[in-house]
Design a protein around this ligand. Sequence first.
Ligand code: ZN
Length: 410
Amino acid sequence: MTQPAKNGADMGERISLFVFIDAFGWELVKYYPFLDDILMVKAPMDTVFGYSSTCIPTILTGKMPREHGHFAFFTRANGDNTPFARYKLLARIPRAITRRGRVRARMSKILKPLHGITGYFQLYNMPFEHLHRFDYTEKHDLFQPGGINGGMPTIFDYLRINDIPAHIADWHLSETQNLAAARRALRNPRIRFAFVYLGAMDSILHNEGKFGDGVPNKIRWYGHEIRRLLDIARRHYREVRLFVFSDHGMTDTTDCCPLMQRIERLGLEFGRDYLAVYDSTMARFWFHTPDARHRITDALSAEPRGSILSPEQLARWGCDFPENHYGECFFLMNPGILLCPSFMGEKPLAAMHGYDPQHPDSTAAFMSNIPDTPRPHRLDNIFALMRDEADAISGATATEAAKSSQEVAP
Ligand SMILES: [Zn+2]
């Protein structure tokens, strides 16, 4: 499997290094210099409709949202079959307390282990008095076996099943911790596949917008850190195949829309007449009475800065979920219009994602140092690329193993 290098250390034959950078969209990749001497391939890559909670499962499985079952974090509860079923009493805590960010962060930390949630968990700005009406959709760690709601294996399961020596980042850790772990892993020439997760630029973009000062600094830092990884990999492998990619872009906020307050003024009762989740860029509704359907869709139609998504549009985006799992009616804001306040936050953000996936600001990016690499056109194609790289590696491993067994045969 390994051959001695000139300096006496073992050299690996080849490594496929996948670096994921959250929210490093095509508009930023086009605008800022980034490893231009190394990344021969830089291309736009279509995202999928939704947030990172949709994008990451799509990258890891190669499936669209309707198949893997992940979309937004909160959905309608199926009766009492929700971790929040017993939280009706939370309604008695005054809103002045429960609206505080620090209280919510503390509560999220307490509730997560209490319900055996191993996935990413945040209560955001969900109304505590209605929490029992909702279910949480990322209960399991997506990187671990059984993490996908639809039950399909991820690329990490594929690596585990096929015994391909791999380094997989831990998304719980900071970027510096993950980069240090990757540098350690790349010194082991038996590792054939590495997946590095870098998630911090997303929040810089949310806070500062696309052209905030922190953005070029962060991109420069990523360039520096990836160059360090590459230097180590080149010392330990004959061929280093680098792939850098993102999940979505970012759209600067141009205006806020108080849609939630407008719906609340219609005189309908939340929970009895209808149910809604107000994400940052869309509102999702379930109607319990024809009157609620009528009045809410009328109110939505009167808002020019967004539109109700047709079933055909949702199907084209792979978001036609069985049994209206994520809502009977999706109202999507126009790019740049933030729902505020929403169930995701009280205060406006400088930028957001989760708009029309075809809008230029939504587009993700794909980059590589391999000029003839197949180019993934949409997020779900990344899976096939990772699997093919893993297959080529396991094929090479099998050939090398066969060769070395012949060499030792008498
Ligand atoms: Zn984000």
